[in-house]
Ligand binder design. Structure first.
Ligand code: SF4
Length: 473
């Protein structure tokens, strides 16, 4: 762990073990590759002549260095699954090679979790690496939702730190729990008031309870084992934990008010319990049974007054929910909802005493630092975990309970755990890169750091206000 020494007094740097974990379900390829047979035959004859009937492996692989033309009959039967869309072939041989986006691939996901996001996750979970796009970015630089927020990476006003190369360490540890604004002591130096109670996790990502359409023993085990492997947490239903013996320090029981009696069946003391909605009796019962356990309240994003009222009742950890498209109950986007929740606690002077977790609409690596800048302490991942496991969307999947996802029939425990480890490793590396570029040495300091955030509407307004035809927002 990056937080210090292990039991042998040896310092261990936090590291997630990545390994190749190729797809187990056949998805449509990203690109289709069409080759004109006559043009290819002429090109091959030219190559044969050039190489004097030698170097057959070179001749038959032309013109693709990624192996698309390297099958048993070369380009006469291309293998589009290897195509990365570099366009070298179409640039060199525009007369007989055509590479296009595969319309079938575009059907993956839904209107929010589009195939572009799926492509990125698909790459990240296969290898645990960061997707790199070269040849210049030709898309838009702004848009709705998360695309309307940019991060400030100015090197002029702050030194760029070392990102994933690790010569200058950047900590991704975050704390979940309660830290009182001040400590008080008696004359003997013993604390007389509340003392901090926190769980430190090495990465600001936990796994959220999977939706009902995919829930089952195998999925729960994948979540719990992946959380255990990366030293983070998975929120799972209390019933599943009891039935399948999943109790561990990395599993957070999710308890509905009607399950109150079953909490007594837990054999150990959980580090945290998540209440599925507020219930006075349940809160008291958990507190009486496990006085040292953190209690988290799972609820939809709500008004400042409501959040502060729950805080006064003793809730210090909030898990706030938007739907899978990042919409709150009144249609506001999760980015704005996080800012409102964070600001409510800042203005009440108790932000240091609470932890804000959130799920819904956070589906790409870049959304993590943006969500933390807006005020989250950590993100509870939902649909990205399902996409990592090659779940397919059945229509629009926005509702947390009603959405239908189909998991592959050949889902496997070790494969699933590795895919989630690869996902978190890749997203952590991207978090390190962006923290380095913003000059931040630890993620704890990123929370609510609006000095590093820029909003498209504000910048546009500064530039264009007063010009005829411009409308703010
Ligand atoms: S676009 Fe690039 S990767 Fe795809 S077939 Fe052509 S050369 Fe190969």
């Amino acid at each position: 762990m990056e937080s210090g020494s292990n039991g042998n007094n040896r310092y261990d740097r936090y590291h997630i073990e990545t390994k190749p974990a190729p797809d187990i379900s056949e998805w449509p390829t990203r690109f289709t590759v069409e080759v004109g047979k006559i043009g290819l035959a002429k090109e091959l004859l030219t190559e044969i002549w050039h190489h004097k009937f030698q170097n057959w492996d070179v001749i038959t692989s032309r013109p693709c260095m990624y192996g698309v033309f390297s099958g048993p009959v070369g380009g006469f039967s291309p293998q589009p699954e290897h195509c990365v869309g570099c366009l070298r072939c179409t640039t060199e041989y525009p007369d007989f090679v055509k590479v296009s986006h595969n319309p079938e691939r575009k059907k993956l996901g839904d209107s929010y979790f589009t195939s572009n996001f799926i492509d990125a996750i698909s790459y990240e979970v296969e290898q645990g690496m960061i997707p790199v796009k070269g040849a210049g970015y030709r898309g838009k630089f702004g848009g709705d939702g998360w695309d309307g927020m940019w991060t400030d990476m100015s090197e002029i006003v702050r030194p760029t730190r070392d990102g994933i190369h690790g010569r200058e360490f950047i900590s991704t540890v975050v704390d979940i729990g309660y830290r009182p604004n001040m400590l008080t002591f008696d004359s003997q130096g013993r604390p007389t008031g509340p003392t901090p109670r926190v769980i430190s996790i090495p990465i600001p990502l936990i796994f959220d309870n999977p939706p009902p359409s995919v829930s089952g023993e195998l999925i729960w085990k994948i979540y719990s084992q992946a959380a255990n492997s990366i030293g983070s947490l998975a929120v799972l239903p209390l019933g599943a934990i009891l039935e399948h013996n999943l109790e561990s320090d990395h599993v957070i029981p999710l308890v509905a008010p009607e399950e109150q009696e079953n909490i007594d069946l837990l054999s150990g003391t959980p580090l945290m319990i998540e209440m599925d909605g507020w219930d006075e009796q349940l809160h008291r019962h958990i507190h009486d049974l496990f006085p040292e356990t953190l209690i988290c309240l799972r609820m939809p994003f709500s008004s400042s007054e409501e959040l502060l009222a729950y805080n006064k009742k003793g809730i210090h950890v909030f898990h706030l929910l938007a739907d899978f498209h990042g919409q709150g109950e009144d249609g506001e986007f999760v980015l704005d909802l996080i800012r409102q929740a964070h600001t409510a606690f800042v203005e009440a002077g108790v932000r240091q005493e609470v932890t804000l977790l959130s799920s819904g609409g956070i589906i790409a690596a870049e959304h993590i630092p943006k969500a933390i800048l807006c005020g989250l302490d950590a993100v509870a991942l939902d649909t990205p975990v399902l996409v990592s496991l090659q779940a397919e969307f059945s229509g629009e999947c926005a509702d947390r309970n009603e959405s239908e996802f189909n998991m592959p029939n050949n889902l496997d425990l070790d494969w699933g755990r590795q895919r989630l480890m690869n996902l978190t490793a890749s997203w952590r590396d991207q978090l390190l890169e962006i923290s380095g570029a913003m000059g931040l040495r630890e993620i704890r300091r990123m929370r609510g750091e609006m000095g590093r955030a820029m909003f498209m509407v504000d910048l546009e307004s500064e530039a264009f206000a007063g010009i005829e035809g411009y409308e703010y927002g």
